[in-house]
Design a protein around this ligand. Structure first.
Ligand code: GLY
Ligand code: MN
Ligand code: MN
Length: 443
């Protein structure tokens, strides 16, 4: 693995050159079809009106120094959304003018045959990059900074409105700050524009999101079947994560949360080191990332496979609260309003369950959040719901004094009139959870 291992290098030199696969080609999800990429860029150009957008890719990290025990290369979400590429040190530049046809430039690092012996064949500027992205004008990345200055200057000379819009990676970059100062350019953050676009999923995004949820639901079922008194939290986590991976998920959407007993009351408990005891509940909040899109699902299960009467009452209150929120979903309503509806429902239906007081005092987090390329995805929470927006509905009750925590988290997509459940593959009702847990994992 390390560069000193010359034997490995000789072997690599003898190996056949692999095909270029920088755009999810060959991945279980497959590449983003070019027509979607073109439509997204066209939409962004329209929103720019009269301006220049610069979006940068992620940077390559070294497997030897930077992430020996961390993660692989993951593309910047906005760059992937607009190009479908996974190419370090690259730039996408969109120039929107009210007087001329819009222009799109893709800057990719020139290929380097020696480096490719270590990292595999890369995509350089040229015909292949054009056919994967639909961007005709591809250029070498070392020209990018000089040419961007040129675009900015020529627009300033022309006068008129001017914005330089920056992508996430670029906001604090000195090149851009100097450029903006030197040119007297207005610098506007590009992220809110892209966030508004990413909130509404297109058909290719929905395909990936459905698969992420489906794969994650199967992982939850595997974890349910791995549970029994004496099992360890990490065994359940391993059962789920192994399932995600074997069904084509390339990463986790977030570190898995598997907490039994008192750990179930820690919202983001991620150590997974405790042993399951009979009589406890386990909160399992686990999701896969499939083709760059996240899933986020939580199920709560009894270690023995059977809820106690008290656990069942709390579980059913959380489930009914979730259903009250789900039933209120329709285009035009906000996530904030759904949160109020859920809280009011829980309060009104608590009875004596959490006396003195009502159970909503143990519902210590928000009802849900947008999901997309990030598990807590971009987008304003003031946005009224519209078709093809995806979010979670995840009420919970956490009572540390009783070592009891329940969270039920599902993912939905907004339809023309209500919602569709994406995470229904994982059992939700107590009876269905108990039924699934009767079928045990085979050793
Ligand atoms: N999985 C983290 C959350 O539900 O927000
Ligand atoms: Mn969530
Ligand atoms: Mn979650």
């Amino acid at each position: 693995m390390f560069r000193v291992a010359r034997v490995a290098l000789v072997v690599a030199l003898l190996a056949p050159v692999p095909a270029i696969a920088p755009a999810q080609v060959g991945s279980p999800a497959g590449p983003v079809p070019v027509e979607y990429l073109v439509a997204r860029r066209t939409d962004l150009l329209k929103r720019l009106g009269n301006g220049i957008a610069v979006i940068r890719s992620s940077e390559q990290r070294s497997i030897e120094g930077d992430y020996p025990q961390d993660s692989d290369y993951r593309e910047n979400n906005d760059f992937f959304y607009l190009t479908g590429l996974e190419t370090p040190s690259s730039w996408l530049v969109l120039v929107a003018r009210d007087t001329l046809a819009p222009q799109v430039y893709l800057y990719l690092p020139a290929r380097d045959s020696m480096a490719e012996r270590w990292t595999g064949v890369r995509l350089g500027p040229g015909a292949e990059a054009s056919s994967l992205t639909g961007i005709e004008d591809t250029r070498a990345a070392d020209l990018a900074e000089r040419q961007i200055r040129g675009f900015v200057r020529s627009r300033t000379v022309q006068g008129g409105e001017f914005y330089l819009l920056l992508g996430k990676e670029a906001v604090s970059d000195t090149f851009f700050q100097q450029l903006a100062l030197g040119m007297g350019a207005g610098v506007t953050d590009l992220r809110p524009l892209l966030a508004a676009m990413r909130l509404v999923k297109d058909a290719d995004e929905m395909r990936r999101m459905r698969m992420a949820a489906e794969v994650s639901a199967k992982g939850h079922v595997a974890a349910m079947r791995a549970a029994h008194p004496g099992a360890w939290e990490y065994e359940l986590e391993g059962a789920a994560e192994g399932t995600f991976r074997s069904l084509g998920a390339e990463r986790l959407a977030y570190p898995s949360i598997v907490g039994t007993g008192i750990n179930a009351t820690t919202l983001h408990y991620d150590r997974s080191r405790s042993q399951l005891q009979a009589g406890e509940l386990v909160v399992m909040d686990m999701g896969a990332e499939y083709g760059f899109y996240a899933a986020d699902i939580t199920r709560t299960i009894p270690v023995t496979g059977k809820f106690s009467p008290r656990q069942l009452q709390i579980y059913n209150l959380v489930l009914a609260t979730q259903q009250a929120a789900l039933d209120s979903i329709k285009p035009g309503i906000t996530l904030g309003r759904l949160g109020q509806i859920a809280r009011e429902y829980m309060k009104e239906h608590s009875g004596e369950l959490c006396a003195p007081g009502t159970c909503d005092r143990f519902f210590i987090h928000g009802l849900g959040h947008w999901v997309g390329m990030d598990v807590h995805d971009v987008g304003s929470y003031r946005t009224p719901l519209a078709q093809n927006m995806v979010f979670t509905v995840e009420p919970g009750i956490y009572i540390p004094d009783e070592k009891l925590g329940v969270r039920i988290e599902d993912e939905v997509v907004v339809t023309a009139t209500s919602y569709e459940l994406l995470s229904g593959g994982a059992p939700r009702t107590a009876a269905d959870v108990e039924k699934v847990m009767k079928v045990k994992k085979k050793d």
